[in-house]
Design a protein around this ligand. Sequence first.
Ligand code: PMP
Ligand code: GLU
Length: 394
Amino acid sequence: MNQLSDRINNLATSATLAMAAKARELRAEGKDIIGLSLGEPDFNTPDFIKEAAIEAINQNYNGYTPVDGYVELKEAIITKFKRDNNLNYTLPQIVVSTGAKQALANVAAVMLNPGDEVILPCPYWVSYSDIVKLSEGVPVEVQTSIDTDFKMTAEQLEAAITPKTKMIWYSSPCNPSGSVYSKDELRALADVLQKHPNIYVVSDEIYEHINFRGGHFSMAEFDDMYDRTVTVNGVSKAFAMTGWRIGYIGAPDWIARACNKMQGQITSGANCIAQRAVITALEAEPSKIKYMVDEFKERRQLILNLLSEIEGFKTNEPEGAFYVFPNVSAYFGKTIKGKTINNASDFSLFLLEEALVATVTGEAFGNPDCIRISYAASQDEIKEAIRRIKTVLG
Ligand code: PMP
Ligand code: GLU
């Protein structure tokens, strides 16, 4: 008998992690799977960061850290926010967590009461919806389309607001669409929020540096939004440090204090060695990691060119992150190789089974017409993957 709580029974498994696990399983069975499912840079963590970690071990950084992070790391985060985002935070406004994922879970836990609504422009990052539900919040999906570059407009935001709306969560650059909100687009959203002073914003900027058009803008840069925006960031993507598990927030101090309290009861401070290494990562000029961004940009062009040769794939031109999010609904209702494809999940499974290419269904991101393809893979893998997809669909 299932004795588990409703909380866990009602929680969806992370679709990105599930697909990565499935790809790993099939590989162990000897299948030659190309993994384009996980949002994980295929680069090694840069040597200058690894050296800082080794140094930290040798210096015996091995004890519990302050729950909200080493002061030296929080100072480096403050300097980074000032340098890259023109944001002024003080020490009590910063909390370091075990990945941006925990940072988001903290914010949900400290901000949401049962029934509070959180507006999620679709497509949204896979875990937002379940993180919100875990805290008994209610995700409110706002559908966008390729025609607006998958961005929520001010009118759509206005229409989605109810007396129960507590927050809006979005990522820019966006996982999975790669869309980047401009300053003007954010201003239009902020103007709507002026009429609703009790709504808070989570601005997830973890792909900040992986931006091909330049011009990253943070919601908290607007003076009238600073006191109600939580800026989320982390080192997983830009520094190729997914496994090190360090993320952080800059927030109004009452929110940061609450996150600190929350974390103090469930995980304590994040890993000590990783925190020391991240000081070095954040103190470095962003130009030190530009070689990875340049490579992602080349791959983006490569994959867009290759996908444009396959009938039935409709894509936007992602301006950041390392995903393409093609609309594949042209295939729905078709039977290929004896398999009927009715939706994006069927399509993604078909690609896994027939082309041995792992992608993620758009349903996990709140968009049932698309699939997500990560191009955080080598150019050879991308070419081979798209060749296989073209062949099985052909
Ligand atoms: N936000 C977004 C938009 C992400 O894509 C990810 C990971 N892919 C995270 C947060 C979580 O990152 P991490 O926990 O590795 O810092
Ligand atoms: N966030 C990455 C992704 O979207 C990694 C997996 C995860 O944390 O869910 O693929």
